[in-house]
Design a protein around this ligand. Sequence first.
Ligand code: PEP
Length: 264
Amino acid sequence: MAELNARVPLIAGNWKMNLDHLQAIAFVQKLVWTLKDADHDYADTEVVLFPPFTDLRSVQTLVAADKYELAYGGQDLSAHDSGAYTGEVSGAFLAALDSKYVIIGHSERRSYHGETDEIVNKKVLAALKHGLVPVICVGETAEDLEKHGPSAVPVGQLRTALQGVSADADIVVAYEPVWAIGSGQAATPEQAQQVAAELRKLLADVLSEESASATRILYGGSVKSGNIAGFMRETDVDGALVGGAALDLAEFSAIVRFKKHVGA
Ligand code: PEP
């Protein structure tokens, strides 16, 4: 069985609808140089970028040509493999571009595109079918928090998202309280830990103890270089899904290098 401390921390940048493919190339190069100058060890903290779909081919070409250790993936995928689904992108296409991960069920997809827990579940199964690691986003709104407390909604979302998922599936869970996303008001490390611990219990219940020990649970919502160390001190928080701060090179590279300022 995997040890708790065997989970490699993962810092992921969700660019949302920002940076075109030329800007992506410049950003990725600068990020890799900055991390190289700082002697960053990717085996020690994994770095993953989620650019817009139109950037992925450029990012793939750069990463492959210069053998960068960065991983990347799509911000969403279709529940279908192929066919008459205008505007959608198949997991097969993401895999063909050597994407390793794919974000599923981000709160912006849930609220602006009507993605239900059932759709999220179908997308999780599609990702796994195409060999992608789904980064399954769950989180409560401020109203949910008031009505149901901190963990009921994210735990319920994850339960549905995992239907039909095999016990040994490679997945990542991102706990992102909706009220903390883009608001500048992050959860406290204690709040993140409390929900992450509940999510890990659910993984043990519906998948397996092994899976619960091995699966990385990220916190997301107004993460910055100034607060990352606090989250990373918590036992069940294994990394961060970063939005706004992922577009700022100095901020994002400082978040990736959280171990250097963990005592700060
Ligand atoms: C996100 O969009 O996943 C996110 C966490 O955004 P931000 O870091 O800007 O709150």
